[in-house]
Design a protein around this ligand. Structure first.
Ligand SMILES: C[S@@+](CC[C@H](N)C(=O)[O-])C[C@H]1O[C@@H](n2cnc3c(N)ncnc32)[C@H](O)[C@@H]1O
Length: 254
């Protein structure tokens, strides 16, 4: 039997956010490949083989999954959130492009998942209701100058901005540098959403003004949403956080 490979988005945490199509792809796989903590989120199936790996070996993991599929396995590569957003789908295609030409004949599919920025946005209202963009602050695979140029362009275009990979022990200063750039352009009262571990038991969502945000309030499980100039708060009763939303209209006079 010929093998196949599906890169499956598990969503950010809550298993109810796993799509039925993603569940089906997991159930049909003979082999599951992925970062260990993500693999444990896939339901156990008798006879299914699991191949956990470390977090920072995406290309090796992708090549291993392709080899398994080329040997006839039905492989599911699991990925947190959506596999196409700073994740395993691109790693698999990078491996295909530079790898064994036979891999190009494999049936390779991508099953989408809920990405962290949509789960985070949904928790607070609709901060991504107007135009927005997503930027990874990781400079592991691109120079920091590129991150900076993209952030400046997004700021000058007045996008709401989702920041993935804001900080880690190996990348301690990048979020502070990014916030300095944001503060040069955006109002100190701009709403900023800090969404940590959305959909997991240790979820923590806070809404602060730009002037109050500190890098120490984020970790590698945090996603930030920086509001655009039109992003605003709707205050609620004491003890309940505000709604955060960005209207669909921009500069339209009534
Ligand atoms: C390598 S990226 C993977 C993104 C993932 N593919 C997605 O679509 O959400 C990892 C970054 O995604 C964000 N992230 C992933 N899961 C999250 C969650 N449950 N809550 C908040 N942020 C999350 C964090 O910014 C983290 O540093």
């Amino acid at each position: 039997m010929s093998g196949c490979l599906t890169i499956v988005g598990l969503g950010p945490g809550d298993t109810r956010w796993l799509t039925p199509a993603a569940s089906e792809a997991l159930a049909q796989a003979t082999d599951l490949v992925g970062y260990g903590p993500y693999l444990v989120r896939a339901p156990e199936r008798p006879g299914q083989r699991r191949h956990p790996s470390d977090n920072r070996v995406e290309l090796d993991r992708a090549r291993y999954a392709l080899e398994l599929a080329a040997d006839g396995a039905r492989v599911a590569v699991v990925s947190g959130g959506d596999p196409g957003v700073f994740a395993m789908a691109a790693a698999v295609f990078e491996a295909v492009e530079s790898g064994d030409p036979a891999w190009r004949s494999l049936d390779i599919r991508v099953e989408p998942g809920v990405t962290a920025m949509f789960a985070a946005a949904a928790r607070v209202g609709a901060p991504l209701g107007g135009d927005f963009c997503a930027i990874s602050l990781s400079d592991n695979l691109k120079p920091w100058e590129v991150v900076e140029a993209r952030l400046k362009a997004a700021l000058s275009a007045d996008f709401a901005i989702a920041l993935y990979n804001p900080i880690s022990s190996a990348r301690p200063w990048q979020l502070g540098a990014a916030l300095s750039l944001v503060r040069e352009v955006r109002d100190p009262d701009t709403p900023v959403v800090l969404a940590r571990a959305v959909g997991r038991p240790d979820e923590r969502i806070t809404v602060r003004s730009l002037s109050e945000v500190e890098p120490s309030q984020a970790d590698m499980s945090t996603l930030l949403i920086i509001g655009a100039s039109t992003t605003r708060l709707i205050e609620r009763d004491e003890g309940r956080g505000p709604y955060v939303y960005t209207p669909r209209s921009y500069g339209v006079r009534s």
